[in-house]
Ligand binder design. Structure first.
Ligand code: 0CH
Ligand code: SF4
Length: 335
């Protein structure tokens, strides 16, 4: 007589939109195209996006990741250096020029838009309030668009309460693109209460991808025993999705980088699992996780789609003529 194990039924609520956004897709494309056009090595300042799988995949193709430009050896000065999707302070391209480096900027156009809004506030004589997380590369990049002392960083409602600007009637704000939509609304509300003449940016700083991924998780979370977000611990937008899932009613929520990290001992009694991925997390890992569930459960995938996304950002002019093969395209799309 053969003993067969009966797998427990389990529903995976798969959120859409999830994973790569147009800015991430573009940034990865820029590194892949630069490698094709200029040959290896191509230097990348900071992780192009916050994901080890992507970084290691690009390293295998010949990219070298550095944190600062002085790590690029003089004999490789003619090779390009790419600036990451998160954006850089103005001092970085200036430093590249002084070192005679050839750089390609992969800053997401929506991050560049926030830089422009901050510069506009400054041009019109306003002190800039930047809502964001201290130390994050995007915050360093946005603050670095303007002279020292002309931007104040605010992280929380408590920071707003403690803030004593020199000219409270002449403030303009912008935010990091990947913040919690709900928390940021609270911070902005308090800023307006304390500083009624505060000027908002012409367009929302939190981007479409952040907004859509949070909304999809919010809708899927009620009734989930567990919510998994594919993403890295240094990925701001992915961490926000974990918080959104818990607040919207998932009994527990975790960030996971690879299927191998999943603690299966936590799955006792779990019947419905929410699944989404941060803007820097490739779809191939989402599929790996679904497969890992299928090996252990009688898993059924239920699509929890909200809106369709059609955004697409062009790469730098210097790279537009370079063709991508089908396998390059698959890598760029996270497949
Ligand atoms: O969410 P953060 O900003 O930490 O970055 P990521 O995980 O690399 O995702 C891409 C967003 C890049 C800039 O908005
Ligand atoms: Fe651009 Fe938003 Fe993606 Fe960041 S998360 S790269 S701002 S589209």
């Amino acid at each position: 007589m053969s003993l067969t194990t009966v797998k427990q039924p389990l529903t995976i609520r798969l959120c859409g939109p999830r994973g790569f956004c147009a800015g991430v897709d573009r940034a990865i494309q820029i590194v892949v195209l630069a490698l094709k056009e200029f040959g290896a090595p191509v230097y990348v300042r900071h992780e192009i996006v916050h994901n080890r799988y992507v970084v290691e995949g690009l390293e295998a193709k010949g990219a070298i990741f550095v944190e600062e430009l002085d790590e690029i050896p003089p004999e490789h000065r003619k090779q390009p250096v790419v600036f990451s999707a998160h954006g850089v302070p103005k001092s970085v391209p200036a430093d590249a020029e002084s070192r005679n480096l050839f750089y390609l900027d992969a800053t997401c156009p929506l991050v560049s838009k926030v830089h422009k809004q901050a510069m506009r506030h400054n041009r019109l004589g306003r002190h800039v309030v930047l809502i964001g997380h201290a130390g994050h590369p995007e915050v360093i990049g946005t603050m670095g668009q303007l002279p020292e002392g002309t931007v104040s960083l605010i992280e929380t409602i408590e920071d707003v309460d403690a803030y004593e600007p020199a000219d409270p009637d002449n403030l303009g704000f912008v935010t990091q693109t990947t913040l919690s939509v709900d928390d940021t609304a609270g911070v902005i509300k308090r800023l307006h209460e304390r500083f009624p003449n505060l000027t908002a940016p012409a367009a929302d700083s939190i981007c479409y991808a952040t907004t859509n991924r949070q909304e999809a998780v919010k809708q899927a979370a009620p009734g989930c025993d567990l919510f998994l977000i594919v993403g890295a611990p240094n990925s701001s937008n992915s961490k926000r999705l974990v918080e959104v899932a818990s607040r919207a009613g998932a009994k527990a929520s975790f960030l996971v980088q690879r299927a191998a990290e999943i603690d299966w001992s936590q799955m006792d009694g779990v019947r419905t699992v929410g699944l989404s991925a941060g803007a820097s997390a490739p779809e191939v890992i989402v599929n790996e996780i679904i497969e890992a569930f299928r090996e252990r459960f009688d898993a059924r995938v239920e699509l929890a789609d909200t809106v369709e996304e059609n955004e697409n950002f062009l790469v730098n002019r210097e790279l537009r003529h370079v063709p991508l093969t089908t396998s390059d395209m698959a890598f760029v799309n996270g497949e």
